[in-house]
Write a protein that binds this ligand. Sequence first.
Ligand code: DC
Length: 224
Amino acid sequence: MNNNRQIVAIDGPAGAGKSTVARRVAKALDFAFLDTGAMYRAATWRAMRKGIDLDDAEAVAASTREMDLDISTPDGVTRVTVDGEDVSEAIRTPEVTRLIYKIDQNPRVREQLVRLQQEFGARRPTVAEGRDMGTVVFPNTPCKVYLDASLEERTRRRAAEMRAKGVEVDETQLALEIRERDEQSQRRATSPLRQAEDAIRIDTTAMTLEEVVAAIVDYARRVL
Ligand code: DC
């Protein structure tokens, strides 16, 4: 039995446009949308809130196990609650982003979150985005996409996003941070970011959002 028949798995580095694209693809196919980065962010936020030493792998894993996590996309925006508290904004602060690498390389945290992600996908047709959707979480789905874009373009997009929120940006510094996160994701021992062998690669550098969404929707309709 193939439990992954109705899964679109989207992976790629920070700033490749995964979230926006995945959300739009989900809407077009009438699938649920799963932002798995938000789950690693939630685990990081909770450990920080509890004052846990983020280098203490055991304590962080225990905190993640105790976490009451709810994730939904009621209006196209990901809403995340942890232990009943809405943390949708709090999990996106630069402080969480800076410290998340300590949590996302913890095998016992990954084990728990991967299980939650698989349960989510087993219940409904889903577009899931992250770093290991095609390689680890949904290896059996025939619909895997690896989204990429040049570092310059990814920096430009992230800067535009931040400026739209009224945040001042130093693009040179931002490019360095994005590259550092790429390296952290690709080099970590547990579930490093890489393209699954059977994934299609889409370089979005010179593509519009509409073109990328259309390419994935077409592909999903063909293979799912
Ligand atoms: O996509 P994002 O920026 O919200 O992801 C936050 C962090 O979580 C990112 O540094 C990589 C990590 N992550 C991961 O390790 N595995 C996933 N499936 C999704 C995100």
